[in-house]
Ligand binder design. Structure first.
Ligand code: PHE
Length: 492
């Protein structure tokens, strides 16, 4: 049975030298292999029950600053009773030592019951060396000592020394010993010279390999896991989504995080008193009070008209007065649809059909809980095509979610001020049910005409990303995505 076990050359070397309980350092030296190789091979030997690995936390004691001084000159109380002879008056003692020194020394002398102060006279009772002094001497000789190896008297002495400032340093060290099991001993005697694991030029030249035994490669051998650098799971998924849309023929666009209310709301035909613009949802910037909008002159008239009376879009508009100042207020974009709007305004008739997508952070003043964060990612896309229709939109979204690994997808009616029809896609997750992931629809003429200059079907969607990632990773809480728990990141 034993003979069947395949051993690594290092394991064989260790078994050959390991006769009794030894430290890894001793084994490394005797076997002529590096210490970390000894550690690795001994853990393999331990799982094969050929070696036992014993581990203990040991306290190592050494002298600190003050301790070095005391070891040289003696403890203050020792120096005092030496100076006193049979006994001395307190006044005499204070001539030879500073007041502080005398006080410290007397304190310790009475604690150790070596002398007492009687009517201004120091009477020595016991001059024997105490445990703490013996320990100081030993430490002076050896530098460090293992607290395990101290006699009871020395241990008491150590406790006394620990009460003084900067006398001893105590550090914890992990100590490891290796000892062969009975089987290990037998194996050590019976195993023949090592099989070779590497073919060297020398072996080839000398044809020595013909006589050698080769060690088979063992893929089950335990090695310490190595964690390569890698992208955060969220970034990995974003890259995947990018690929999915690219493969479906979409080009990527991007836009700024700090946006004007104009591109975020007004261009999307969201009335200026719309509740979503409320302070509770939107982060407004304190400074500047207003931002410049490229080509504002070109669009503002049409957008204003559309809001006030519908312009030529066939709509009646929202009524009331549209304010330029409100449109110019800087905000953190609340959806990537702002990026879409900017892009739409740059399109010309000859650019159609156009298919673009964008991925980016958006911001909303939400209370944080397991499924809400004040900032999160959206993936947004549009198809601008005179031939596009509602069925195409459903097809694109279905394909996207299928490629993401969600096979069950459904669409519920929804409402957005800028789309008609409006739908909300949902995916089904075993054990979770239907999960809502964003919005979608066909842009209203009130959005398209002022920006594009003519009406044309624009299929549009904006989907939350963090929640899909959370679910795809089997996590319950969206906040965990941003915890940067290094162990989780390593293993993920
Ligand atoms: N902007 C919407 C949101 O943030 C999603 C959406 C995008 C809806 C495009 C319709 C069209 O929820």
């Amino acid at each position: 049975m034993i003979m069947d076990i395949e051993l690594h050359p290092h394991e064989v070397k260790i078994l050959k030298v390991l006769k009794k309980k030894s430290t890894p350092e001793e084994v490394a030296e005797a076997a002529c292999i590096p210490l970390d190789a000894v550690m690795r091979a001994s853990s393999w030997l331990a799982t094969k029950n050929l070696v036992k690995v014993e581990e203990k936390i040991a306290q190592e004691v050494s002298l600190d600053k003050e301790g070095l001084l005391y070891a040289e000159k003696g403890l203050p109380e020792r120096r005092l009773i030496e100076a006193c002879g049979e006994g001395a008056s307190l006044a005499d003692a204070k001539k030879a030592f500073s007041e502080a020194e005398v006080n410290i020394a007397l304190g310790w002398l009475s604690k150790k019951k070596q002398a007492i102060l009687e009517k201004g006279f120091i009477r020595v009772i016991d001059r024997k060396k105490t445990g703490d002094e013996k320990l100081l001497e030993m430490l002076k000789g050896s530098g460090t000592l293992n607290s395990e190896e101290l006699s009871p008297e020395m241990k008491e002495g150590l406790e006394l020394l620990k009460k003084r400032k900067e006398v001893v340093k105590v550090s914890e060290k992990r100590k490891i010993w290796l000892l062969p099991t009975e089987e290990g001993v037998k194996m050590g005697q019976s195993t023949q010279a090592e099989a070779i694991s590497q073919l060297t030029p020398e072996l080839l030249l000398s044809r020595g390999w013909k006589e050698k035994k080769f060690r088979p490669y063992d893929v089950d051998v335990y090695v310490k896991p190595a964690y390569p650098a890698k992208r955060h799971p969220l970034q990995r998924l974003i890259a995947e989504i990018r690929d999915i849309f690219a493969e479906m023929g979409f080009a990527e666009i991007s836009g700024p995080l700090v946006e004007s209310a104009f591109w975020n709301f007004d261009a999307l035909f969201q009335p200026q008193d719309h509740p979503a613009r409320d302070m509770h949802d939107t982060f407004y910037l304190k400074n500047p009070k207003s931002v410049g909008i490229p080509n504002f002159e070109k669009y503002k008239g049409k957008v204003k008209k559309t809001h006030e009376d519908g312009w030529t879009t066939g709509s009646t508009g929202w009524g009331g007065k549209w304010s330029e100042d409100v449109a110019k207020r800087p905000i953190l974009r609340t959806h990537t649809t702002a990026v879409t709007c900017r892009y739409l305004s740059t399109l010309k008739k000859e650019d159609l059909p156009a298919k673009v997508f964008s991925i980016g952070k958006v911001f909303r003043n939400e209370a944080i809980d397991y499924k809400h964060l004040p900032e999160f990612y959206q993936v947004e896309g549009i198809v601008v095509d005179p031939n596009a229709n509602f069925t195409n939109l459903i097809g694109i979204l279905k394909q996207f979610y299928n490629e993401m690994g969600f096979t069950k997808v459904r669409f519920r009616p929804g409402y957005f001020p800028y789309t008609e029809m409006s739908i909300e896609p949902e995916v089904y997750l075993e054990g979770r049910g239907w999960i809502e992931l964003g919005g979608s629809g066909i842009f209203r003429p009130e959005v398209v005409k002022p920006l594009l200059g003519f009406d044309c079907p624009v299929l549009a969607w904006g989907l939350g990303l963090d929640r899909i990632v959370t679910l795809a990773l089997g996590m319950k809480d969206i906040r965990d995505l941003y915890m940067s728990d290094i162990d989780w990141l390593k293993e993920n």
